[in-house]
Design a binder for this molecule. Sequence first.
Ligand SMILES: [Zn+2]
Length: 118
Amino acid sequence: MNSGEKLIAKKCKKCGFIQHKDHIRCLKCKNDTFDMIEAQGGCKLITYTILNVPPLEFRDKPSYALGVVQFENGIKALGQIESQKNLKVGMKLAPVYKKICNNLDGKEINDFVFKSIE
Ligand SMILES: [Zn+2]
């Protein structure tokens, strides 16, 4: 199963900036060598929004919450938040790797979802 999935980010070897693993060059200094680092510790909610008109992939949901979280070692991640109720900036969340939707071809899409642990 997917329980062993890790949330990975790139840390610039030159300036230490942490960014999403899909970026090829450092967003700050344009360097292209990185250390891969793993999210560690708990995470907290930095910002969020409620999408009332979700993308087509999420057609089975009337709305959902999308947030940015930050882990104790600095990694930030964007993802769905499991609940839309009682969300507040600074609350503690935990990542769960699970199916988030079926894409438009009917394929199952898995990603990290964040759930409240408070
Ligand atoms: Zn850099």
